[in-house]
Structure formats: C-alpha cells, structure tokens
Design a protein around this ligand. Structure first.
Ligand SMILES: [Zn+2]
Length: 312
C-alpha cells in the first residue's frame, strides 16, 4: 500500500466545498474553525490549497471575531483561545495576517492569562497546558509575544512535568503525548528547550511507538494516527526523531487510509476517516519527508513555506 495523494487531495477538496449557504463542510458546526484549519493545512501540505476561495474564507474567519478580540468556532459562537489560534493559523495559510486586528487579538489573549501562568480557554475558566501553547504560538505569529508574562508561562509548563520527563494536562496529571507536545511546543516558541531533559522525554515518547508502528498517547493505550503528529513533532523539536522507526510509522498511517470509499485517514486501520486524522496523518508523513509533501513545521503546525513569509 502507498499514500494515495490523488484520493486524499480529492477527499480534502470535497471537505472544502461549499454546501448551500455554508462556508464549507469541514466538520461539525461547532468545529468549523478547527475543521477549516485541518482541511486547509493538509491541502497546503499537498500543494493543493484552493486560492480561489481565499477572499471567501478569510472574510468568514474575520466575521467570527468578537468585539473582545477572540474568535468563535463559527459565526455567532462564543470566543475561545483555541479557535482564536486556529483563526490565526487559517489566515496565515492564506498569507492574510495583514487583515487581522492584531492588537485586539493580543489583548484578548493577555486577558486570559492567570496568576499561575496558565491561560483560561475562555471566560468560563477551564485551563490546561493546551492553552499555554495556543497563546504562545498565536502571539509569536502575530508578533506580540512581548505582551505575555513569559516567566509565568515557563513556571506553569514546568509544573506540569512528571518524573518520567513527560507532561500532563495540569500539574499532577498523568503524562500524555499530546500534552507533552503542548509543553515542548510552548518552550520551543520561546526558545527555552534547554529546560527539558531531551533524553528522558525522548525515551518516554519513543516508548509510545507500538508494535503496529503507530504511537499511543499513554502506556497501554491503542495506537492512533493523531499521535503521529503529537509524539513525532515533539521528537523533532527535541532532536530525537532518529529514535523512531519511520518505516513502521509510515506504514501505520498508510494503512489507516480509506482507499475503497471516500478517502481520508482514520485514527487507526479499519476505522472511519475524518479530516482531523487526515490532517495529522499527512502532517506526520510530511515530517518524515514523505515524497511530494510540503513539510509542516513541528512547532507551529504550518507548512515551512508559509512560515518563511511570517518570520522572514
Ligand atoms: Zn486520534
């Protein structure tokens, strides 16, 4: 079996198509902003981003912004830090950050930082490592990193570190590959990977690769294609990617493709595909320099080509 570029491109272009009055059929209504990012970033990695829809999509993204600066997941949805981050990523893909009121976004994100250094996801106050990564990545991309209390962020990230060298969602929570990505990504954005014991964390992440070739997120759990991103990109950031069996991981992702039906990639072979796992499968393959894919940057999850124009 091989990566079916044509089939996956067609699947993603169909997800990016217009349905009636809607902007696209990316995903469920409340996941439209993340769905747009997963779909469009995967298409960008395939060199197939439909630039004809640039104005339509960027206009829709900007309409999802609230007066307080935060973005909702769709029109008339409450603002949230993750959707604000996704909105910034989608505008980045279309090289349209100049359309954004960056000051408003910066003041929204700053307003969510808490005394312990973490960030609330929204006004209701849930907070964990994900939002520290979202805040730092977003602020770096819009050139407002200096507005955040970086020392407090570092304090919080390190408080989430466990004895194995990996990270949990909040201080005291069990280690998890996706939260480890958030910790490593957050520290990479501010250029403080020196605070991580790379061998210790690398060893724990290496053990996440199962006999199937795919990664799990925690010990004893089933492998899942999305960890091809969370775990592998972390390994790249800490420069321990050579501890991973690329061939086995590539095969796992390739086998999770839906080649008989509509296309896409599932969480594991035999399951139903979705845009989330399609994006993370393609992003994982791109990190391993799979032929014909634009490499996605392990820190910012945008094609390196896109980032080159943001951080010239
Ligand atoms: Zn998954």
């Amino acid at each position: 079996m091989e990566f079916d570029r044509a089939k996956q491109t067609a699947y993603l272009l169909a997800a990016d198509s217009i349905e009636g009055e809607d902007i696209g059929s990316y995903s469920y209504e409340h996941l439209r902003m993340p769905g747009a990012y997963w779909t469009l970033c995967a298409l960008a990695s395939l060199d197939s981003l439909n630039t004809e829809r640039k104005i339509e999509i960027t206009t829709w993204v900007l309409k999802c912004q609230h007066p307080n600066g935060g973005f909702g997941g769709n029109l008339n949805h409450d603002p949230h830090i993750t959707n604000t981050h996704y909105a910034v990523l989608v505008l980045s893909l279309y090289n349209s950050l100049d359309l954004l009121d960056k000051e408003k976004v910066a003041s929204y994100i700053c307003g969510l930082q808490q005394e312990n250094g973490s960030f609330k996801g929204d006004e209701w106050g849930e907070s964990d490592l994900r939002f520290v990564y979202c805040a730092l990545s977003c602020m770096k991309i819009i050139g407002k990193l200096d507005r955040i209390n970086i020392d407090k962020c570092i304090e919080y990230v390190l408080a989430c570190k466990n004895f194995e060298g990996a990270f949990g969602a909040v201080p005291g929570a069990e280690s998890h590959a996706a939260y480890s990505f958030c910790a490593v990504g957050a520290l990479a954005v501010i250029d403080r990977l020196d605070l991580i014991d790379r061998d210790e964390l690398g060893y724990w992440l290496m053990l996440r690769q199962t006999e199937t070739g795919g990664f799990n997120g925690r010990p004893e759990k089933l492998p899942d294609v999305c960890y091809s991103w969370w775990a592998l990109s972390s390994m790249f950031m800490i420069q321990r990617e050579h501890w991973i069996n690329f061939e086995a991981l590539t095969n796992f992702i390739i086998k999770a493709q839906d080649l008989e039906g509509k296309g896409g990639i599932a969480d594991r072979p035999g399951n139903e595909s979705d845009v989330f796992h399609t994006f993370f499968g393609i992003a994982g393959l791109s990190l391993m320099k799979h032929p014909g894919l634009q490499t996605v940057d392990p820190i910012y999850a945008l094609p390196i080509k896109t980032l080159d124009s943001i951080f010239p």
